[in-house]
Every structure is written in C-alpha cells, then in structure tokens.
Design a protein around this ligand. Structure first.
Ligand SMILES: Nc1ncnc2c1ncn2[C@@H]1O[C@H](COP(=O)(O)OP(=O)(O)O)[C@@H](O)[C@H]1O
Ligand SMILES: [Mg+2]
Length: 228
C-alpha cells in the first residue's frame, strides 16, 4: 500500500530460531530470522523450496512455537501468551490463507465463512449476512450454498480469503496461496489480495513465483533459514 512505509510496525518477529529434533537428529530450519511489518504493508516472503518460508510464516503467525526468539504485536510480546490466549488472539486478530484452501468439506461456502464468526460469538443472522456480503465482494454470490467440492480451486481459494478477512483481522498470513492454481485463477486470487491491501489490509504472503512477489511492496528473501 502506498505510504505504508510511514505507518507503525504492527508485527515484529525477532531472531526466530526453529530447530526440529527427529530420532536424535537436529535440524536447524530457521537460523535467526527477523522481520518487521508495518500497518498496510504487503510483504512477500520468497525463496527456494525448503528455504524455511512456511516454517517462518507459522512461527510468526502463532501457528507454531519458535525454539527461540519472539514475536511482538503492536509492541507487545505474543509468543509468551498462554495457549488459550494465543488461540483467541489468532481467531480475533489474525487471518490465514493456505495453499490447499483448508475449507471444511462438509460446510457450504457461506457456512465456511460463518464458522469463525460464530466462534467469535457473532449471532447467526449477522454471521449469515457477513458471509453473504463476503461472497458478493468476491463475485461468488451465486455459490453461497455450494460445498467446496462444487467450487473450482480458484473459487475455493477466494472463499478461503473471504473467510480469512470477514472478521477484519489486523494481518493476513498467506502461504503460497496460488501454488495449486492455473495462471488465470492465480491472477484472480492475487487481484483480490491486492484489492484488500489497497483498502488497508496488511498482508504477509509466501510465494516462490517472482511474478507474484513483484506485486508486493517489499520482498524478503529467505535462503537456508536466513534472510539474504
Ligand atoms: N516438522 C518438521 N520436522 C523436521 N524437519 C522439518 C519439519 N518441517 C519442515 N522441516 C524442514 O525444514 C525445511 C524448511 O521447510 P519449509 O519451511 O516447509 O520450507 P519452504 O516453505 O521454504 O519450502 C525443510 O528442509 C523441511 O524438510
Ligand atoms: Mg512452504
């Protein structure tokens, strides 16, 4: 977003280290990665397969816990919050988009968007209205009652994005949101993310496609668990 470089830092990852121990073998996947993201920024995280992009995104977005290092949100550490508070924080403040869409197969497009809203305590009629508006915004108002199996990959990802933003999260984390899509659907998904960002949505997106990374305000490159 234009001018986002003057906005306050919303999320800051400091010196994140992630080490996996597997059958006595230690693998250091993140070797001290730091990143500050300002409100309204669209940051792309790029790098080769196995560079640690997903691992970094998961630590930064509270989906996993780093071996060491910390994440700050509006200046306050969130990595040390108790699990229950972290779960509430994820639900209320953060939005997630995954490569495989991660929609609930038994729920319709509308119900998938409603689920997190209901978990936040929103009333059924209001959640229904929000889901309808969300689907209209992405041009899928006629697919309200479709199950994910009745949607194309691109449509599923757009529903997943609608689900990720309907509760107005402070930041969305997207891990290779276009990796499974044909170029036409990928472009629609990116156009949607760019439009959200133009309206002020802060976005951190992992991608290995240079063409898509170039659309972000800033590219952070990871190689072998480090920023390069
Ligand atoms: N749970 C795990 N246990 C052990 N190694 C892992 C685990 N998750 C990821 N890794 C390793 O960490 C490295 C980085 O993985 P990842 O973050 O998924 O990379 P990227 O998203 O950049 O392709 C890879 O070498 C991968 O094999
Ligand atoms: Mg990955």
């Amino acid at each position: 977003m234009i001018g986002a470089d003057k906005n306050p830092i919303i999320v800051e990852a400091k010196n994140l280290v992630k080490t996996y121990f597997d059958k006595g073998v230690e693998t250091r996947v993140l070797k001290g990665v730091s990143l500050s993201v300002r409100r309204g920024e669209f940051v792309a995280i790029m790098g080769r397969s196995g560079a640690g992009k997903s691992t970094f995104l998961y630590q930064m977005s509270l989906l996993d816990h780093p071996t060491s290092g910390a994440v700050f949100f509006n200046g306050e550490e969130i990595t040390d919050l108790p699990a229950k508070k972290q779960a509430a924080f994820r639900l209320n403040k953060l939005g997630y988009v995954f490569q495989d869409y991660a929609l609930i197969p038994e729920l319709t497009a509308s119900e998938n968007i409603m689920a997190p809203l209901l978990m936040q305590g929103m009333t059924m009629p209001l959640a229904k209205m929000k889901a309808k508006q969300g689907l209209a915004r992405i041009g899928l108002e006629n697919k309200v009652d479709n199950l994910p199996s009745g949607l194309s990959g691109g449509e599923q990802q757009r529903v997943a994005i609608a689900r990720a933003v309907t509760h107005e999260p402070d930041i969305i984390f997207a891990d290779e949101p276009t990796a499974n899509l044909d170029s036409y659907s990928a472009k629609m998904v990116l156009d949607l993310l760019i439009e959200l960002n133009k309206n002020g949505q802060t976005i951190v997106m992992v991608t290995h496609e240079e063409e898509y990374g170039a659309l972000a305000d800033r590219i952070v490159r990871l190689s072998d668990g480090q920023v390069v």
